[in-house]
Design a protein around this ligand. Structure first.
Ligand SMILES: [Zn+2]
Ligand SMILES: [Zn+2]
Length: 107
């Protein structure tokens, strides 16, 4: 598994598409990435070899999709300069000069 920007993510990927839910490190609010389709169509009934090929392609596309979702998430979330947590807008101290979460801004 690739390193994701938030500590908690939920992988909502299936056989047909890839989707990831990222959760704010502070309050746990969720944000869902775009849905990326699994590009390779396979027939319903697969031989063992085809199944293996499908699994490999799925894994490659899954990792690529996760990397894209991670970049997307980086734009949605903010990083606190003090504690380093990845936080949603609700947890971000908007009125501070520095990028801080509301916990660190209070200190
Ligand atoms: Zn939050
Ligand atoms: Zn902080």
């Amino acid at each position: 598994m690739l390193k994701t920007i938030t500590k908690k993510i939920i992988d909502r990927s299936t056989d047909e598409f890839f989707k990831f839910e990222f959760h704010c490190d502070r309050c746990g609010a969720g944000w869902e990435s775009d849905t990326y389709c699994f590009e390779h169509g396979f027939p319903e009934k697969l031989t063992e070899g085809e199944q293996r090929a499908k699994n490999i392609m799925w894994k490659v596309e899954h990792d690529a999709a996760l990397e894209r979702a991670n970049l997307e998430a980086r734009l949605r979330f903010n990083q606190c300069n003090s504690c380093g947590r990845i936080i949603c807008d609700e947890c971000f101290a908007m009125d501070e000069d520095e990028d801080l979460c509301i916990d660190c801004a209070k200190q």
